[in-house]
Design a protein around this ligand. Structure first.
Ligand code: PNS
Length: 167
């Protein structure tokens, strides 16, 4: 196993769409590491269903939402996370944990990633309690019924949701 210090981390996810909860995790990852790549997965989300926004749309929204953070870039990826991490030279994956249900899923993902590449570290930050209930799926659900999502997502995402569900 490598002992190289980690100077570049990944914050991966489906980001369908990015929320204030994701943005909090990215900002905290940036506090602990000088370079952060937000890796937007092409693959299906954890429920195995398709996404509301295309990969290009999800990347564009994440870029708009995170544009104010130095040292943070947003990139799409497909295939295995460990391969993408190796390709861009990231040494760790950073994810947020909201509840025990997240823990079980993330433990499995971290275990698999460790088997696939023992040099890729997994780091978890506890979600800000203000966002403990927040997920992309609840935001999509509220927006789909015409509800106000402005306290959960940045204005660019709220506008994109409004447009998507007006169709
Ligand atoms: O937003 P999510 O659903 O928590 O993101 C999950 C994601 C995209 C990080 C995860 O599904 C992933 O890493 N997908 C890429 C494929 C992969 O490497 N899977 C882990 C080993 S099976």
């Amino acid at each position: 196993m490598t002992s190289d210090p980690i100077t570049h981390v990944l914050v991966p996810g489906t980001f369908d769409p990015i929320t204030f909860g994701h943005m909090d995790v990215v900002a905290r990852a940036r506090r602990i590491c000088p370079r952060v790549t937000v890796a937007v997965a092409e693959s299906l989300g954890k429920n195995g269903v398709g996404t509301t926004f295309s990969l290009d749309e999800r990347v564009a929204l994440a870029k708009q939402a995170l544009g104010h953070l130095d040292g943070v870039d947003v990139q799409p990826f497909c295939g295995l996370l460990v391969d993408f991490a190796r390709q861009i030279g990231a040494g760790a994956v950073v994810k947020g944990l909201r509840a025990m249900t997240d823990f079980e899923y993330e433990l499995q993902q971290a275990g698999l990633n460790n088997r696939l590449d023992p040099d890729l570290e997994s780091i978890f930050v506890m979600s800000n309690p203000s966002y403990g209930y927040l997920s992309s799926s609840v935001v999509r659900q509220i927006a789909s019924f015409g509800g106000d999502v402005s306290e959960f997502v940045p204005p660019c995402v709220a506008a994109a949701l409004k447009e998507r569900f007006a169709q």
